[in-house]
Design a protein around this ligand. Structure first.
Ligand SMILES: Nc1ncnc2c1ncn2[C@@H]1O[C@H](COP(=O)(O)OP(=O)(O)O)[C@@H](O)[C@H]1O
Ligand SMILES: O=C(O)[C@@H](O)C(=O)COP(=O)(O)O
Length: 423
């Protein structure tokens, strides 16, 4: 089937988040891990390509996104979506802006929008300022993110140094007037040469208006939620029929593992809640890892009963993360943890784990790549933006969930298992 919307996501949790929200509509969504090496064959109306480029060097992130765009164009896509984090995770050099500009150039798009709002998860934008719950982004726990600490809440100020062309805003007062008012505001900004437009949204109703007004733009950018109304709008436009059969999620054996590399505030709470259940657990310390390597945790894992769904975690509070980074360097500390958790995933799979729960975007990228997964089918949603997915790894069918650091309730690791039991 010809692809209608081609999506590029800058990390793997973000890709499953987007694919899960698009799939809520009942249309077929395919999620590819990395740019497929094969030319497009059996494609879906919605294709999502997951990259691991959020913290990659700018040139590499741009190159990967352009390769993904090329594949999606060959699949027949006529509209495109650049998905980044709902907390706008990036640095003054990128990669949100440079990738958007490169895709705009390739597509001949004079203007695009930026809307990371995800109201169901507490991300809202007002007067160009991003909020996480009641806190401005820069006062939220995101200010201590290990790789992309967010120290400003104003999206125009965050975006401007990342792009070469002018940045503007359509605020909530205009969005509230409806799709026509928004279209006119965008046209007025375009006439002034504004290429990059941040748009306020505080509720799903705002996202409906934004998607309605912008659905024919060649390139949209944002978090996952602004894309959620698109399938319904395309069906209304007669571009697509919503007749995709829902995938029956198969029963997978109840042997599993939890791998947590996120250090977000929410993941810290989720790890604490899972420890409280008495589940077997192993805490990774980057400084010990740097000296002893992964052998001790792999030895421990080999002794575990996987029906008890043990947890390996490096999740730590900001002070401990800082201490490890000061000793090892930010990238080195991150990589050590990611590679170790990835090795645990492979060992657990080889020992029979068929339910793998991963917390953290970069961590999910490392784990998924180590498992050799190239495609994920979207299954039931555990929490807003976090579906179970089904993949094949080393010839085995494995249920995999990739949880964004900040998503889910404190009981997420148990919730995830309950969803499979209920299904
Ligand atoms: N104790 C720790 N000290 C230093 N870095 C850590 C520690 N635990 C995890 N990390 C690293 O922090 C990063 C967390 O990023 P990520 O997995 O994307 O989580 P999130 O989804 O919360 O952003 C990863 O690179 C991970 O390896
Ligand atoms: O938009 C979001 O918040 C998520 O989809 C996402 O990208 C999360 O990234 P991580 O927090 O790094 O998992």
């Amino acid at each position: 089937m010809t692809t209608l919307l081609g999506c590029v996501a800058d990390d793997f949790t973000g890709a499953t988040d987007l694919a899960g929200l698009l799939a809520r509509s009942g249309v077929r969504v395919s999620l590819r891990i990395g740019v497929p090496t094969e030319p497009p064959g059996d494609t879906s109306p919605f294709e999502v390509i997951a990259l691991k480029s959020r913290t990659a060097p700018v040139a590499q992130a741009v190159e990967q996104a352009r390769a993904a765009l090329d594949w999606l164009q060959r699949a027949g896509a006529s509209r495109f979506f650049w998905k980044y984090c709902s907390t706008f995770d990036s640095t003054p050099t990128g990669n949100i802006g440079p990738v958007a500009e490169a895709l705009m150039r390739d597509l001949g798009a004079a203007q695009t929008i930026y809307c990371p709002a995800f109201p169901e998860n507490g991300r809202t934008i007002f007067m160009g300022n991003l909020f996480v719950g009641r806190q401005p982004l820069a006062e939220s726990p995101m200010r201590d993110h290990p790789l992309t600490p967010m120290r400003d809440s104003n999206l125009m100020r965050l975006l401007a140094p990342q792009v070469t062309r002018p940045v503007g805003l359509v605020d909530r007062l205009t969005v509230a007037k409806g799709a026509q008012a928004l279209r006119e505001a965008l046209a007025a900004l375009a006439a002034e040469g504004v290429a990059h437009v941040v748009i306020d949204a505080v509720a799903n109703a705002d996202l409906d208006i934004i998607a309605d007004a912008c659905r024919d733009m060649r390139l949209l950018t944002g978090g996952s939620a602004v894309a959620m109304p698109l399938p319904r709008l395309y069906v209304a436009d007669g571009l697509l029929s919503a007749d995709a059969p829902k995938m029956a999620f198969p029963k997978v054996p109840a042997r599993g593992i939890v791998l947590s590399g996120s250090c977000s505030d929410m993941t810290n709470r989720q790890v604490a809640a899972y420890l409280d259940t008495g589940a077997p657990s192993y805490r990774l310390d980057p400084l010990t890892l740097a000296e002893a390597g992964p052998a001790p945790v792999l030895d421990w894992l080999a002794t575990q009963d996987l029906t008890a769904v043990p947890m390996v975690y490096a999740t730590a509070d900001p002070a401990s993360v800082k201490a490890a980074q000061n000793r090892l360097g930010v990238a080195e500390a991150g990589q050590l943890v990611e590679q170790t958790l990835a090795a645990c995933a492979v060992a657990a799979r080889d020992a029979g784990a068929r339910r793998i729960i991963v917390a953290g975007g970069e961590t999910s990228g490392a784990v998924t790549q180590a498992l050799g997964v190239d495609r994920l089918d979207i299954g039931p949603e555990i929490a807003p933006g976090v579906p179970w997915t089904l993949c094949r790894s080393a010839g085995q069918q494995v249920a995999l969930t990739l949880k964004s650091g900040n998503f889910g309730q404190p009981g997420f690791f148990t919730d995830a298992q309950d969803v499979l039991e209920a299904g």
